[in-house]
Design a protein around this ligand. Structure first.
Ligand code: DP6
Length: 328
């Protein structure tokens, strides 16, 4: 059977950086995110007795089976094959509507879409929790792209307790995430690799010591729709994660000059009365969080910044879902 899924990327307000179990991809702390309406992966999967091996095409490029990308997809398909008792290989075609490897979490949307499409194509009818557990094993942040809207990845100690749940549906709070693309340059160190260094930062233990408090505050500010306190919290959280990256061994620096320019401008604009807060992941592109009524003013200012090559506007979105239209 053939199945297709569309899944959103997500932006973590409280971030996942560091793992306590590599093989199972269990994070050192819980995280809280929002699905992004305009950063989407569409993936079609078809298992077939006629294929000798998995055939993977991503963004129009065919990968040989032992290419890193194809091997990671095949390993993920193995998890679903095992669950379904299926031995057939699959054809996988996947398309992102946004740049990959620039800090926009394409692995989150990709592995969420792959999980939902492959499960359906394998004839499995899995509850959201199981889909989230499976997606997590492909890429940690992908587990948060399964449920709707504002999402928490619970800090479980076992595979069965490490999954994401919806805290609130997308309509709960119509904040906007305006993404400033500063370059299409691909990052040098993937999140998967970078995370291995997290625990080497002398500040990592300090970070872990207050993650439970941060998660509690984030939950409360989202519930109360307290934009100012929420914004201050998530901007400080992004900076703290980058402080861990910068002080780990090897030291990781994901920002480009354009990223720093935007972060400084966000603070300047805030001082001028345009209330915007930034967040950055593993890459150079900058997420700017603002109220819906400020999107126009913010994009107008961003358009005047020469480093900004593209602007992508997102609102809170539903999680991964099956769709009728296939890619092949
Ligand atoms: C900075 O989920 O991409 O975006 O599990 O190794 O695939 P893997 O890592 P990944 O890491 C995400 C890192 C982050 C923070 C976050 O999304 O929580």
């Amino acid at each position: 059977m053939k199945a297709t899924s569309v899944a959103p990327s997500n932006l973590a307000f409280i971030k996942y950086w560091g793992r306590k179990d590599e093989a199972l991809r269990l994070p050192t702390n819980g995280s809280i995110s929002m699905n992004l309406s305009n950063l989407l992966t569409t993936t079609t999967v078809q298992f077939s007795a006629e294929l000798a091996q998995d055939a993977v095409a991503i963004n129009g490029q065919d990968f040989v089976p032992d290419a890193i990308e194809a091997a990671r997809v095949s390993r993920h398909l193995d998890r679903l094959r095992e669950l379904a008792g299926l031995r057939q290989s699959a054809r996988v075609v996947s398309e992102n509507n946004f740049p990959s490897s620039t800090g926009l979490s394409s692995s989150a949307s990709s592995f969420a879409a792959l999980t939902v499409a492959a499960a359906a194509a394998a004839g499995l009818e899995l509850p959201e929790k199981e889909l989230s557990i499976l997606a997590r094993q492909g890429s940690g942040s992908a587990c948060r792209s399964i449920p709707d809207g504002f999402v928490e990845w619970l800090d479980g100690d076992t595979s069965d307790t490490s999954f994401a749940v919806s805290l609130y549906p997308p309509q709960h709070w119509p904040i906007a995430d305006v993404v400033a693309i500063v370059s299409r340059e691909k990052k040098l160190v993937s999140s998967s690799k970078g995370q291995l260094a997290a625990a080497s930062s002398p500040f990592f233990a300090v970070r872990l010591g207050h993650m439970a408090d941060k998660l509690k505050l984030a939950r409360a500010f989202i519930q109360q729709r307290d934009f100012t306190r929420f914004g201050e919290l998530i901007e400080a959280e992004a900076v703290e994660m980058h402080a861990i990256m910068l002080t780990s061994t090897p030291s990781l620096m994901y920002w480009l000059p354009g990223s720093v320019k935007i972060m400084r401008l966000a603070r300047q604009w805030r001082g001028e009365g345009l209330e915007v807060y930034f967040s950055v992941n593993t890459g150079q592109d900058v997420h700017l969080i603002c109220r819906p009524e400020d999107v126009e003013a913010l994009t107008a200012r961003l358009r005047a910044v020469p480093d900004v090559t593209d602007i992508l506007i997102n609102t809170p979105a539903p999680g991964a879902r099956l769709v009728e239209e296939h890619l092949f």
